[in-house]
Design a protein around this ligand. Sequence first.
Ligand SMILES: [Fe+2]
Length: 395
Amino acid sequence: MSHAFVVNIAAVTFFPLWLAPVLVFVLGFNKDFGRPEYPWYKDLFNRTQSALATGMAAWVWWLVQQASLNPDLGQVVGVLAASVVYFLINVSTVTYVIHLSSGASIRKIWFENYSWLWVSYLVQAPVGLLLAKAYQTPLIGGWGGFTVLFMMLLLYFSRYYWDEKVKLEESFDETIELLVSTIDAKDPFTRLHSERVAAIAASIAQRMGFDEHDVKRITYAARIHDIGKVAIPDSILLKPGKLSEDEFTLIKSHASKGLEVLQPMRQRLSKDVQGVIMHHHERWDGAGYPGKLKGEAIPLWARIVSLADAYEAMTAGRAYSRAKTPQEALNEIIMLAGKQFDPQIVKLFEALWLEDPIWKDREEFLRRYTSPAHLSGLSSPSRSGPASATLHTSS
Ligand SMILES: [Fe+2]
């Protein structure tokens, strides 16, 4: 959401047709302007697309004013039409650039990032008109300028509130990451378990032709797939011996408990990510849990993470069972194709495994993952959250 939109629409209604886009291009400074992570070409892109959207909106506004017999009605219709045009140009240019840079389909980018945004544009549109009107009309004893200033302050504070909300969501994501790392770190056998599951799942997803955006999201899903384990007592989770039936039932509940733990952020998690958390212990033959889903009824992303999870667990070993070698684990995965795992995914996995990826050998993975070079160069995949876009609409 961008408050620059309100100011730009005010400019559309206030300045001559040609002047509004020029002012937006020259004065449209992004909050990241001057920072190294905001290079000149991003700045040029944002300025150009804002000016283009403003110019087209100004043209539509002008057309409506020319055609309208009733000036009041003309202004209301004009500002709504200008806002729609502004929104379409602004969002379509950004969507197209994200499509080019990430390979994600335009439809998907639209639905995941912008489908909800048009409401906020339409709600804000009248504010732009009011802003211009307030300046033109001396509302408080001729001090129209102060009225505008007051409105700008309101806008600023609502933006401030919005930023704080985003920060809060980010810190929630970080807390979840921390919880996942804590679960893994409790048991020496599961150290960096989620990272390796995520690396394997990402490789499979890439090989299956997932676009960059979805690879990031399945990586994130794989990272947090066992988050429900925070709700399981350590005495059971870390029990070295055989589990009783009741204890095993409790352990199994981590799949559905995961979504309860994530309840505060559930609306931000896509169905695919939720499917991984809920269904990563289903089996191809229907003997898994919690839904006893069978075959392709199991969400695809959950089938991928399930295989990655199993391979990682086999090669990690547990207090009560020795770690399998990569070859032994691969043999077992192949043996379980069509029983526990999706046979197509097993085929892909085998082909990937033969290419000797970094995740094939657990020790090698841990060594490389914790090397200083890796840590300094990689905050993701663990930080890559759902639906993150690299470019923003002008702000
Ligand atoms: Fe699990």
